[in-house]
Each structure stands twice: as structure tokens, then as C-alpha cells.
Design a binder for this molecule. Structure first.
Ligand SMILES: Cc1ncc(COP(=O)(O)O)c(C=O)c1O
Length: 358
């Protein structure tokens, strides 16, 4: 019953098989191999765009390199105040961008509304001195498991366009967001105005594989130099590429994300049947955020459930976590078993028994 993160599981079988297949023999190093080239072409095909692709091995590197490409040292990059790039990357984007500043904006469920960004940018303009804003970074899905629809992204992109900002998407959970949004990868990114995407693979079944996908070709050279300078040109690129090849083949990445999202929906629905439990935000992708009575939290932990407590800063208006309650995050993944979901629900009480008896 480990729901601490989608990183707690290993890699999926198709990904591992692809790595084993790619392991034999000698191939050119540093990305000049055929497997890397194939993955670059495959991603361009999936996104219906002649995009530039850079393979890296962590999501933090993908984000930091992308944001450094969009933001000069004297520039400002906007994001949600609880975004991973602001709260969890220990200054990596600022470090890679030689000191650029990240500014955090509010929004329910860690989601940014176009109006919030527009107001902030207008206020900046009216200030006497300000760091020029260069980029906006949004997370798909958000830190609270919400999914941006193409129209919401397009509205943010329009604000960016008006103010001369580039738009970055942190897609550590891109596949989960995509299957939830029910549109094409292109519609969820460049067609809606995204300039650069950090395309996650690791959380959804790779060992350590992410891709920075640059839709605006003009940015590719700068990013390429930054990837090299930042120590992220991998000599055995074929083994990172092989992970993504196995990941993308036969819609494995989409099936894995659908499974994770289904497990989260089952968990969320079951938990809401438990007396005293409510969800802080709706379950839209593969994360569930229940507000639990403290006694139930203790019961679940004693039963062996593993999960993290979570921030209550972007709760909807009027919602609050009471003194005898705790807000927690449960994450499901490609490898979450239905049995584990049902055992947790059973341990949680009545709603669980009902779900398990289905
Ligand atoms: C939204 C988001 N972005 C980026 C990352 C970074 O990934 P990594 O841990 O591979 O650096 C994470 C990881 O938890 C994440 O949740």
C-alpha cells in the first residue's frame, strides 16, 4: 500500500525489455546512434511537429535547462507558488539561468488562471523598477493533481504572447494529464501555445528518461549548448532513448497513464464514501488528496499505508483543514495494483468494504 509517489515503483516491463534489446553491440555515443534518432523522430511524429528533442535523465534537469533557455539572468519566470520548479528543485532553474528569478503566483489547486497572470503582469508594468518577465511555467498535471484543458493553456499562452513571455510546461506527469484531457499531444502543447515541454517518462514507467521538447526551433541551439554545458549530454544516450522507445511503443505510455488514473479514480471514489473524509481537489489524473480525520490517518498508517501529508495553501475558497484533520497526498502509478487500492479502502472503513466487495 505504497502511495507515496509514482516514483516508488520500478520500471515497466516493455521499458526494461527495450533497454535490454538496445544493450548489445557497439553504437555511436553522445546521441549519434540510431535509437536516439528514432526516438527523436517518434516524438516529432507523436507531437505532429518538427520539434527539437533533448534527452536528459531527471525532470529537474529538464525543467532547469528549459527555463534557463527562456529566461536570461536578469529575467523573471512566473509559475505557481507551489510549483515543483519553485519549491522542490532547490534553485536549479535559477542556478542554470545564472541567477534569473522565479516568482510564485497563487491559484486554487496549484493551477494558474489567465486572469491572475495578466493582473500580475499589468501590476509589474506599473511598478517603477521591475525584473523583465520572460517566461511562464505551468505543470501538467499540477502539484494538486489538476489538469489544464487546451483552452485554459491557450488563454495563458495569449497572455504570454501579449506580454512577450514564452510558455513552458512541466510535464513530469504529461501522460496522466493527456489521457485525462482526452485530446492529442499537439492540442495540449504547441497548438495551445506551449513553446517548450519537459516530457516526463520516469514517473510513468521509465528508469530515468525525460525529454525536453522544443516546439519553437529557434530556441533549440541555445538549449543544445546549455544541455552540453550543464553536463546532460549522455554518452550512452541509446540507453535513455531505448527507455523512451519502449515507453512510446504501442501506446504503452498512454495505457500506463490510463491505468494510474483509473486507480486514482477508484481510490478517490472509495475514500469519499468514508465518513469524515472529503477530497481537497477533484481527482483528475493520478493523485488523490483527501482530508482525513487524524484518527483515520493513524489507522491507515498502522495498517501499512504509505503516503505524504500535503500543503493546504491552494485549497478552494471556504475550504480548510480542521485541527483534528490532515490533508494527505496519495499517488497511483502504472504499477499500482487494484488490490492495494482496495486494501487501503478496506482499512479506511465502510466505503472501503463496499468498494472491495464490488
Ligand atoms: C511536477 C514535477 N515536476 C518535476 C519533477 C522532477 O523530477 P525529478 O525528480 O526526476 O527531478 C517532479 C518530481 O517529483 C514533479 O512532481
Amino acid at each position: 500500500m505504497n502511495f507515496a509517489s509514482d516514483n516508488v515503483m520500478g520500471a515497466s516491463a516493455p521499458v526494461l525489455d527495450a533497454v535490454v534489446r538496445a544493450n548489445a553491440g557497439a553504437l555511436p555515443a553522445y546521441g549519434a546512434d540510431e535509437i536516439t534518432k528514432r526516438v527523436e523522430r517518434r516524438l516529432a511524429e507523436i507531437f505532429e511537429r518538427d520539434a527539437a528533442v533533448f534527452l536528459v535523465s531527471t525532470g529537474t534537469a529538464a525543467n532547469a535547462l528549459a527555463l534557463a533557455t527562456l529566461t536570461p539572468p536578469w529575467g523573471l519566470c512566473l509559475s505557481h507558488e507551489e510549483a515543483h520548479v519553485i519549491e522542490d528543485e532547490f534553485g536549479a532553474p535559477e542556478f542554470y539561468a545564472s541567477g534569473a528569478k522565479l516568482a510564485g503566483l497563487p491559484g486554487v489547486g496549484a493551477k494558474l488562471a489567465a486572469g491572475t497572470v495578466a493582473d500580475y503582469l499589468e501590476r509589474l508594468k506599473q511598478g517603477r523598477r521591475f525584473m523583465p518577465p520572460h517566461a511562464l511555467s505551468i505543470a501538467q498535471a499540477t502539484e494538486c493533481g489538476l489538469v489544464y484543458a487546451p483552452g485554459e493553456i491557450a488563454a495563458l499562452a495569449e497572455v504570454c504572447r501579449r506580454h512577450g513571455l514564452k510558455l513552458h510546461m512541466d510535464g513530469a506527469r504529461f501522460a496522466n494529464g493527456l489521457v485525462a484531457a482526452g485530446c492529442s499531444p499537439a492540442e495540449l502543447t504547441w497548438k495551445a501555445g506551449v513553446d517548450i515541454l519537459s516530457f516526463g517518462g520516469t514517473k510513468n514507467g521509465c528508469l530515468a528518461a525525460e525529454a525536453v521538447i522544443v516546439f519553437e526551433r529557434g530556441l533549440a541551439d541555445t538549449l543544445g549548448y546549455r544541455v552540453k554545458r550543464g553536463g546532460h549530454v549522455l554518452s550512452k544516450s541509446r540507453l535513455i532513448a531505448a527507455q523512451l522507445e519502449g515507453y512510446l511503443a504501442e501506446d504503452h505510455w498512454l495505457e500506463s497513464a490510463r491505468h494510474a488514473n483509473r486507480m486514482a479514480a477508484r481510490l478517490g471514489a472509495g475514500l469519499t464514501e468514508v465518513p469524515g473524509v472529503r477530497l481537497a481537489w477533484p481527482v483528475e489524473a493520478n493523485e488523490v488528496f483527501p482530508i482525513l480525520p487524524r484518527a483515520l490517518d493513524r489507522t491507515l498508517k498502522a495498517a501499512g499505508a504509505v503516503y505524504h501529508t500535503w500543503s493546504d495553501r491552494s485549497l478552494p475558497a471556504g475550504e480548510r483543514v480542521g485541527p483534528d484533520e490532515v490533508l494527505v497526498r496519495l499517488v497511483t502509478s502504472f504499477a499500482t495494483e487494484e488490490g492495494a487500492v482496495d486494501r487501503l479502502l478496506l482499512a479506511a472503513g465502510r466505503g472501503g468494504s463496499r468498494a472491495a466487495a464490488e
